[in-house]
Design a protein around this ligand. Structure first.
Ligand code: ATP
Ligand code: LTN
Length: 327
């Protein structure tokens, strides 16, 4: 039996190279070997305010990005979270064993609730990690491929899975996370101490997968670099290290090969080549996205939901029976 992987992305904001390299690229590489389920997590997206028209468009766009990146709907199940209500039902049940202080210490909650003032933070935002635990545990997931920022959430899923098993008997598989060392955290172009993020204030902090050639060149030109002029991959030069990382991951070269290529050349030559690498990577992805119709995507998402629905139903029945609900 192949191991199961599950992962998801929220249909909010513009997907960027960090999302692609930290998450989607790994999913594509894993789908041949693993029984793969990939979700567009719209119920997570509404934990912060969303415009309904934009949310619907983004949900379809994220699915197009999955497909254009190489997620094959014949190999993997691809669906929208809200199409499977069992996620919300299991979330409610897990809410009864999750503890308030466990959720209060979540970094993402602390960050996001601070943005508009703690008093206006929604209960959904607070409960976000429990819904994520439900997503994962519902499908007997063994491995969750995500970027480094999600580790704390996966740990909570492990805690809740174990707690439920201890209280009601073996029910859930306890999941592990997976990330590639080089891509686990792609940093912001304007500040290498922060992760590249779609909710960043400045658009110069990330390269969106939808950016035009001109914008990409502009953003890379403006990206901060460290003192000195040599192209070296070193912790002392975090800004350059991040740029070399992006170059290496997109061009499938090693960081050592890149260092060798730029001996005696300065930041200018390196940056202009990096812009080329990013443009060459994103252009075909954007063209592929444009060639997929909304109707095609909706059909793929419908089929995906039908594939996973029996798994979700079966697990939820088992849970309901264990906790004493009359079925
Ligand atoms: P936000 O900044 O609004 O919280 P985000 O850009 O972090 O959003 P998510 O939807 O939270 O995006 O993340 C989707 C996936 O991309 C997750 O697996 C996450 O770990 C990964 N990811 C996000 N940012 C990065 C990054 N800078 N480097 C590597 N992986 C990332
Ligand atoms: N919180 C995740 C998105 C997400 C997820 C999941 C990822 C929701 N449910 C289950 C993996 C498995 C994020 O990337 N922001």
């Amino acid at each position: 039996m192949r191991q199961r992987i599950f992962s998801g992305i929220q249909p909010s904001g513009n997907l960027h190279l960090g999302n692609y390299l930290g998450a989607i690229a790994n999913w594509v590489a894993m789908q041949d070997e693993f029984d793969s389920i990939f979700c567009v997590v719209d119920m997570h997206a509404i934990t912060v305010s969303q415009d309904p028209v934009a949310l619907r468009q983004k949900t379809i766009e994220i699915a197009k990005i999955y497909l254009a990146s190489g997620i094959d709907p014949q190999k993997s199940a691809l669906f929208v979270q809200s199409h499977i209500p069992e996620h919300a039902e299991l979330c409610w049940i897990l809410n009864t064993i999750a503890k308030v202080p466990e959720l209060e210490k979540m970094t993402q909650f602390k960050d996001k609730s601070q943005k508009n003032g703690r008093e206006s933070a929604g209960v959904g935002l607070f409960d976000y990690p429990v819904l994520m635990a439900a997503d994962i545990l519902l499908y007997n997931t063994q491995t969750v491929p995500v970027g480094h920022d999600q580790v704390q959430h996966i740990e909570l899923a492990r805690t809740l899975g174990k707690r439920f098993n201890n209280k009601f008997g073996e029910t859930f598989i306890i999941p592990d996370y997976f990330m590639k060392e080089e891509s686990k955290l792609i940093m912001a172009l304007d500040d290498p101490t922060k992760k590249m993020s779609k909710s960043a204030k400045s658009e110069y902090s990330y390269i969106a997968l939808s950016d035009s050639e001109e914008i990409i060149r502009k953003k890379i030109k403006k990206a901060v670099t460290d003192s000195g002029s040599e192209i070296v991959y070193h912790d002392d030069k975090p800004a350059l290290k991040n740029l070399i990382n992006i170059y290496a991951l997109l061009s499938h070269k090693t960081t050592a090969e890149i260092e060798t290529m730029y001996v005696g050349k300065g930041y200018g030559a390196f940056k202009s080549d990096l812009a080329e690498v990013v443009v060459d990577f994103l252009k075909p992805l954007q063209e592929k996205m444009a060639s997929i119709s909304d109707e095609q995507v909706l059909e793929i998402l419908r089929v995906g939901a039908e594939k996973v629905r029996p798994l979700a139903r079966k697990k939820l029945e088992e849970v309901k029976e264990k906790i004493g609900f009359v079925i």
